[in-house]
Design a protein around this ligand. Sequence first.
Ligand SMILES: [Zn+2]
Length: 142
Amino acid sequence: MKFKEKVMVGGEQIGQVLKNHTIRPTVQRIDIARVLLAKPQHLSADKVFGLVNTKDELVSKATVYNTLNLFVDKGLINQVVVDSRYIFYDSNTESHHHFYNEDTGLLQDIEDEGTLVKNIPGLPKNTVQTGIDVVIRVKNQS
Ligand SMILES: [Zn+2]
């Protein structure tokens, strides 16, 4: 599902989006989905943890991690692994590529990706292509 198809504001609608992805909508899952799906964005698990814990009721780190993994498994969000230390959760599940700034830690979408991947090598026997994920690492000019 593309991002624009799941943009919503109310908890009820988020609950329905979760159901559409065969995710049982619990209060905590709705809280986490509301934070993630607010806009196209890339958030670390720590950032999500901070954003869902602005209220009194604490959502544990384990719950945040488990929920993010569930959302990825169910195709609600994408996981972008820059390396094992930098994992982002992307609310935009359309196929797209990223710039990662090593100085700022910012991950951003590459808008003009049509030109990016031209010569795709022959696939290994008995496989089909399911996606191409490119992360171009950059740093600030000194
Ligand atoms: Zn992205």
